[in-house]
Design a protein around this ligand. Structure first.
Ligand SMILES: Cc1ncc(C[n+]2csc(CCOP(=O)(O)OP(=O)(O)O)c2C)c(N)n1
Length: 628
């Protein structure tokens, strides 16, 4: 009989025997594989933590005890065990279940997260609040070895170890970030894994557990025996001990019994933070993902039998185009080096890493360090390109301003996944890019409208003496405008003539603007469409013309309106003495949900038909108010 359907919450997990828990693990895995194969999502990471999650819910009592998963991409088993089975089939779809922790969904999710290395800090805050309020519950942070390449994790441990707060950190070590984990600390974890305690300790624990008769012995004595037994396998972990943590491990992260006992033991410790090191296998239980954990980290819908994508598009992503362009540039100029923060595959740098291994740096999940390190490279005469998702660049804001732009260094940031990103949802949209960046002095910002312009922008960036961001959406948009000159800094391109009003747009929105203009042409309204591929500097000649000719102006952006491109156009036009209105269309000030790109663009009113209707309405309003 199936077990999972009867699990309505963690209390039901606690009732299960160990054998039933093993069956539950099989059912959870099956559900995760089936669902992700249809919906897409983070497969390998989730398969790796099934037993760990069961053990967590056996030992701790969520939501009273507070469990936080770092990043949150490995939270599927937790969702399935905390009363969310019915919605699970809608994973990552519009109005469906989030692929990440989500407070709206459940009291068992404490934060909405998707960015790495924050869990220990958050957990420490929760633990401190608990202590101030004289609470008596546990706070647990589950953190991957990849996430521990991010500096914030160590800032948090340094702080926690100093304060002696009761806190449990579980290091889920699978030797992988998205790719193979990098850095000296990953080598250190390897030593811990290889230590005699792991293999010897594992056997010893099992032997000792078998020797503890659970019937007939006073429970306190059993607990004492478990305590001593766990202590006996503690070796190594000096790094964590130096940070003020008590280190336990490493343990087999697929052995529910062992982990439950270890967690029970950790609950007894109240005078110091604990770090429990568990070893898991990414992709565990699905052969293809075990063999290719990187490929199955995050997947589009696929066929379970062979792992192939259900919808083979064959279209190059923007990242792939950028990666190839960078390889060509590197062939011509040996100063060109590439940097990734643990996203070589996602940002299209795999070819670069293969062709130029000496000029390629995977710095771990350390965007801040990546930018400052790029500053060092540029200061010493190299031409660094840091390819990163726009949303993750947010955490390197000060490094861009202070370390790169203040020094006016020729660092180029390839800001991928700018704009809406689809089913990863609110933690991953890159819609703050322009508001975040355009106020920083010395920074050039380019926004290619299609794959051809991505290539041009990357080539152009090499001629710059100062810093530059090239931002582009996730999808590779095929070239659609003909006979236009190559991209230039501070020059915009006219994609369509029109007498009635002018539309200024960038990136994907130029295409939508052209399509909207075609729809309005049928209604007698002629729009001029300008591709503002150089967001900063703007094309002053075009702006002056618009002011002089008294044009009515629309701006369209796939980004936050406050402090955005439209707001800046309006400010510049006003400075130039513009008397006519500028009407800015973009994303209102809210976090946007998940779903297919089309549905999200529609939700934001950015589909061509919607743009056409809105501009027509506004145009008629202007007319009726005699704005001429
Ligand atoms: C700040 C930030 N940069 C990059 C990412 C993209 N990312 C998501 S999961 C992941 C790897 C995390 O590795 P680990 O913590 O070991 O978890 P695992 O997937 O191996 O279980 C990365 C790089 C992110 N979520 N946040």
């Amino acid at each position: 009989m199936a077990i999972l359907p009867d699990i309505h919450g963690p209390q039901d997990v606690k009732k299960l025997s160990l054998d039933e828990c093993d069956l539950l693990a099989i059912e959870l895995r099956q559900t995760i594989i089936d669902t992700v194969s249809r919906q897409g999502g983070h497969l390998a990471s989730n398969l790796g933590v099934v037993e760990l999650t069961i053990a967590l819910h056996r030992a701790f009592s969520s939501p009273t005890d507070q469990i936080i998963f770092d990043v949150g991409h490995q939270i599927y088993a937790h969702k399935l065990l905390t009363g969310r089975q019915a919605q699970f089939s809608s994973l990552r779809s519009y109005h469906g279940m989030s692929g990440f922790p989500c407070r709206e969904e459940s009291e068992h999710d404490l934060f909405d997260t998707g960015h790495s290395s924050t869990a220990i800090s958050m957990a420490l805050g929760l633990a401190r609040a608990r202590d101030l309020k004289h609470g008596d519950y546990h706070v647990v942070a589950v953190v991957g070895d990849g996430a521990l390449t991010g500096g914030e994790g160590y800032e948090a441990m340094n702080d926690a170890g100093n304060g002696k707060n009761r806190l449990i950190v579980i290091l889920n070590d699978n030797e992988m970030s998205i790719s193979k984990n990098v850095g000296a600390l990953s080598t250190y974890f390897k030593h811990l894994r290889a230590s005699a305690s792991w293999y010897g300790g594992k056997k010893k624990i099992r032997r000792d557990l078998e020797n503890i008769p659970l019937v007939g012995k006073p429970l306190a004595r059993v607990a004492e025996q478990i305590k001593n037994m766990v202590k006996s396998v503690v070796t190594g972990g000096e790094l964590f001990e130096a940070l003020g943590f008590r280190y336990l491990g490493p343990f087999d992260g697929h052995n529910i019994e062992e982990m439950t006992h270890v967690f029970e033991e950790a609950k007894q410790v109240s005078d110091t933070p604990m770090l429990i090191h568990v070893i898991t296998q990414k992709g565990h239980g699905y052969d293809l993902a075990e063999r290719q954990p990187e490929k199955f980290h995050g997947v589009a819908p696929f066929r379970v039998e062979n792992g192939l994508k259900r919808n083979q598009s064959g279209k190059e992503s923007a990242a792939q185009v950028a990666g190839k362009a960078l390889v060509s540039l590197a062939a011509e100029d040996e100063r060109v080096v590439a940097i990734t923060a643990a996203m070589a595959s996602g940002t299209g740098l795999l070819d670069f890493s293969a062709y130029y291994p000496d000029r390629f740096f995977d710095v771990g999940i350390a965007e801040q360090h990546a930018v400052s390190m790029a500053a060092g490279l540029a200061r010493a005469g190299m031409r660094p390109y840091f390819a990163v998702y726009s949303t993750f660049l947010q955490r390197a804001y000060d490094q861009i301003a202070h370390d790169v732009c203040l020094q006016n260094l020729p660092v180029c940031i390839l800001s991928d996944h700018a704009g809406l990103v689809g089913d990863d949802g609110k933690t991953h949209h890159g819609v703050l890019s322009v508001p975040m960046l355009q106020s920083i002095p010395n920074l050039t910002i380019l926004a290619p409208r299609d794959t051809q312009q991505i290539r041009e922008a990357i080539r152009l960036s090499l001629s710059l003496e100062g810093p530059c961001v090239i931002q582009y959406p996730k999808d590779g948009i095929e070239p659609y405008a003909q006979n236009l000159p190559p991209m230039q800094i501070g020059r915009w391109q006219c994609l369509r003539e029109g007498r009635d009003a002018v539309v200024l747009a960038y990136g994907r929105m130029t295409k939508h603007a052209v399509e909207a203009a075609q729809l309005l042409h049928e209604q007698g309204l002629e729009l001029e469409i300008i591709d503002c591929c150089s967001i900063k500097p703007m094309d002053e000649t075009v702006l002056e013309r618009l002011v002089q000719q008294g044009k009515k102006v629309f701006t369209i952006e796939e980004g936050e309106l406050i402090g955005g491109f439209g707001a800046e156009v309006e400010r510049r036009c006003a400075e130039m003495g513009m008397t006519k209105p500028v009407y800015a269309i973009g994303i209102e000030n809210r976090f946007i949900t998940q779903g297919s790109m089309d549905l999200l663009l529609e939700e934001c009113g950015l589909m061509p038909q919607q743009l056409a209707e809105r501009m027509l309405r506004v145009y008629h309003e202007w007319e009726s108010k005699h704005v001429r």
